[in-house]
Ligand binder design. Structure first.
Ligand code: SAM
Length: 255
């Protein structure tokens, strides 16, 4: 199991837990799609602060949760909600290896942070027993396009532009067709992907963009420019900040 070494992959776990209100709804909807008897071993791929992990713990009284994430801060936080039979560790999902394949896997709001979906789905398939359900949801094609366009316009201005010459968007918002094709190629059957637009108005826009949507740019900007950059992006987007999310849903079975 290879840990993620880059510190830029680390997240502000406490802030993420506070602001990620829409993620709670997405996670609930995702969990409703997964039938469980209660004794299975289920992988939470990209557990974050443990939103989905907690739901799995409740639904698996005699089963086991394996919670993994690329961020050490997130995994540290999730350990607090695990029982002795559960497990959490730091790993990049494109290099995931489990000792024993799981009975099912879920993942909420993670895959768009990963560029190599061929490697990702190959590792997910290898982590599952034949017949295991794989239910996931992440940012899909067109996700926060409007917000990204406006923040890119601010990022192109000085004093930000000279710090962001190395900026490469870390998100990958895959579409339905390519995702279904990749899942089949990775060894999944009964594959279904579908896209779901949903506007989100965050109650604390400043903290929301700082922790989530502007995190990749802020990681490259000097600390003294952070608040100014956020101010200018929020000015550009107008009030209330409305994020044009598009969720990509995935439902498949390991062949
Ligand atoms: C928006 S959070 C979602 C967390 C949780 N699933 C939820 O619904 O609240 C995205 C998570 O994906 C993790 N992540 C991003 N890229 C990853 C990778 N390559 N391997 C493992 N985890 C990754 C991040 O560390 C972060 O915890």
């Amino acid at each position: 199991m290879t840990p993620v070494e880059s510190s830029s992959k680390d997240w502000d776990a406490a802030s993420y837990q506070r602001i990620s209100v829409p993620h709670e709804e997405w996670a609930r909807a995702l969990m409703e799609r997964l039938p469980l008897a209660g004794g299975e071993t289920v992988l939470d791929a990209g557990c974050g602060t443990g939103r989905v992990t907690r739901m799995l713990v409740e639904r698996l009284p005699t089963g086991r949760v394996i919670a993994v994430d690329g961020s050490a801060a997130m995994v540290e936080q999730v350990r607090g909600i695990l029982r002795p039979q559960d497990e959490a560790f730091v790993v990049d999902l494109t290099r995931l290896e489990l000792d024993e394949p799981a009975d099912a896997a879920v993942s909420s709001a993670v895959f768009h942070w990963i560029r190599d979906h061929d490697a990702l789905f190959a590792r997910m398939r290898a982590a599952l027993k034949p017949g295991a359900r794989f239910e996931a949801q992440c940012g899909g094609h067109g996700n926060i396009d409007g917000f990204r366009r406006r923040s890119a316009a601010v990022a192109a201005r000085e004093p930000y532009a000279s710090h962001l010459t190395e900026f490469e968007a870390p998100w990958y918002y895959a579409d339905v067709e390519e995702t279904e094709a990749r899942l089949r190629a990775a060894g999944f059957e009964r594959v279904q992907a579908w896209s779901q637009p949903v506007d989100v108005v965050p109650p604390d826009p400043r903290e929301f963009v700082r922790t989530l949507t502007l995190k990749p740019q802020l990681d490259l900007l000097p600390a003294e420019l952070h608040e100014r950059f956020i101010d200018e992006v929020l000015e550009e987007t107008g009030e209330p900040l409305t994020l044009d999310y598009v969720r990509l849903n995935i439902s498949a079975v390991a062949a």
